[in-house]
Design a binder for this molecule. Sequence first.
Ligand code: UDP
Length: 485
Amino acid sequence: MASQNRELHVFLFPFMAHGHMIPVSDMAKLFAAQGVKTTIITNTLNAPTFSKAIRSRKTNSCGCGIEIEIKTIKFPSQEAGLPEGCENLDSLPTPELAGNFFKAMGLLQAPLEQLLLEDQPTCLVADMFFPWATDAAAKFGIPRLVFHGTSFFALAASDCVWRYEPFKNTSSDSEPFVIPNLPGLIRMTRAQVPDFIKDNIENDLSRLLKQSKEAEVRSYGIVVNSFYELEPVYADYYRKVLGKKAWHIGPLSLCNRDNEEKAYRGKEASIDEHECLKWLDSKKPNSVVYVCFGSVVKFNNSQLKDIALGLEASGLEFIWVVRKGKDDDDVGKEDWLPEGFEERMEGKGLIIRGWAPQVLILDHGAVGGFVTHCGWNSTLEGIAAGLPMVTWPVAAEQFYNEKLVTQVLKIGVAVGAQKWVRVVGDSVKKEAIEKAVTQMMVGEEAEEMRNRARVLAEQARRANEKGGSSHSDLNALIEELSSQS
Ligand code: UDP
């Protein structure tokens, strides 16, 4: 396989946010392991994220050298009205600057086209946040594939909500509706629908998403970080009803096999990986709750306090990742923790301030459940680790992912977040947190969820093996692209 695909050269162009960059560095490893020449295009500040992620990959499964190149383009901070150095979504000083960030994405067409001209790749896989990439690829006569970074379920569900506007027929924000035309009688509420859809708001983001939908229709197809066995009904729905070509090639995180690869994803961890593993090694199997809300969500101090109190009241052991690190203004001020909390939790609870080696932790046998904001990478990493979840969606398409976990897969308990809120999150009280975490970890229902999650993890593993659904789809994609090049 390695030598057959030498002619194929894939350009990968991820959106500048960790939730999009992490799966793309895994995707690069997968393509390269199949002998495909792979180039990641990014800006200078984000380039080390990729070079570190791929540093441990020197050979593919056949022992051949693998080829992943990283090419950089200048990030137009100044032109987009962003402060210098603000080149990743998680470094926005205020959520209000998100519009400027998306404006910057629109300014990357010319530099990308310059690289397309110089390198003449045979395919462009570009993030959904670059709608103009379909036209850019067309100029050079190459196929453009879209990467959304989410599930088939979320793609199908959000399309139905956008198309049929079921929230218009409800009398209140909290009255549930069934998503029309979507298989499975999936329920959600108006409050959980993104504001730019339910309130028909015209802003930079809503315009961009509209353009993205139009560009997707004209694109060659999509690549999805999922596996067929996880959501067959929705994978079929996307392909047959929405009529687009799609290749499922996930869970992408499973391409990281050793501890070094699992520990470095996106950023250097704020805890020594050996220290973290030692802590986990001292715990009983399935006893630890892992709590993390991804790379963007930031809760306020009162919410953090409720999380602390909820965890303490559950009596369970935990690892809790809090996005407060050395770069935060309030560093040193620990007023988000209840008094004496860390002393009381000594040996029982580990707080990681900053960035955790998430996949390494999730894959450890001591971890028994995952409290997640339902970002798709985290959700799928939890599934790949065979874990039941407490779902706590905040923004983006996270409420759809919650419905997949709780209503379709039945491997999760909803904490009760009611409202789609940009970045900061709906407030959830400590009693609800204690209740959901206990429900996930203790008792018959917990055991049933864990058993179902384990079956999915095994299916995920098999999907990535030779002959498995994701492995076969990746090869089918490579063959199709090769036949065109
Ligand atoms: N992640 C991590 N350590 C952290 C927080 C996040 O490794 O402390 C990784 C996580 O494993 C996942 C990604 O960052 O791969 C977050 O993506 P996701 O789609 O879950 O959420 P987002 O950050 O886009 O909201």
